[in-house]
Design a protein around this ligand. Structure first.
Ligand code: ZN
Length: 208
């Protein structure tokens, strides 16, 4: 019979669910694999913040044009009007659509910025061994906000189609839209670069 102490080392393979005894630490640079399907169980790496930095920096550079430059230009009856995300929020507020204004403001303006700040805070604190209590909660919030990720694309689509439906207008994408797409791509890439297991291990070790 297994004691509970030993049970804590048993892990299921994420690919084929084979139960494996994972007692003993895998050394940095080595890979532990599932004996049945050769799926990767653990691949300890040193935390690299360079790619993270490049990603967040690119995101920050494109954040401001994404918010302040027109995402759409529409021409109606000879008049051309340009609409940025911040204009959208203002228009929604002046037309008393407070709920939608709040959703647009949070999803398209607050969430992308907060996500970049959180991940830079977590990775640099871990990299430079800065002891802080906020690491676990920051990383958890980063993950929560990432789960919210698809909403911004959806909302952007709704905004574009709302303008297209209500106005009988010719549409032209503005620089803001391109900037926003790049912002979304950097955020998706960022999420891919993050090694969840490594970061949680480091947070457990250095987070307090
Ligand atoms: Zn397996």
């Amino acid at each position: 019979m297994l004691s509970t102490g030993k049970l804590s080392h048993i892990e299921a393979c994420p690919e084929c669910d084979l139960l494996i005894d994972t007692a003993g630490q895998v050394k940095e640079g080595y890979v532990s694999q599932c004996p049945r399907c050769l799926g990767v169980l653990e691949h300890p790496q040193r935390l690299s913040i360079k790619k993270n930095f490049i990603c967040v920096l690119t995101g920050l550079v494109f954040y401001f044009p994404a918010v302040f430059l027109p995402i759409l230009k529409f021409t109606m009856l000879g008049n051309t009007e340009a609409m940025s995300i911040i204009n959208c929020v203002q228009t929604l507020l002046t037309t008393a659509n407070y709920g939608i204004a709040l959703i647009v403001f949070f999803t398209l303006m607050v969430v992308p910025l907060v996500k970049m700040i959180l991940i830079i805070f977590v990775t640099t604190s871990l990299y430079y061994h800065v002891k802080t209590h906020f690491l676990a909660i920051s990383f958890r919030w980063y993950n929560n906000l990432n789960a919210w990720g698809m909403l911004d694309i959806f909302l952007l689509g709704v905004l574009v189609s709302a303008i297209k439906l209500t106005k009988d207008a010719e549409l032209e994408p503005g620089w803001g839209l391109y900037a926003f797409v790049i912002l979304l791509l950097t955020s998706a890439l960022q999420a891919q670069l993050i090694n969840q297991k490594l970061l949680w291990n480091l947070i457990e070790r250095h987070g307090k």
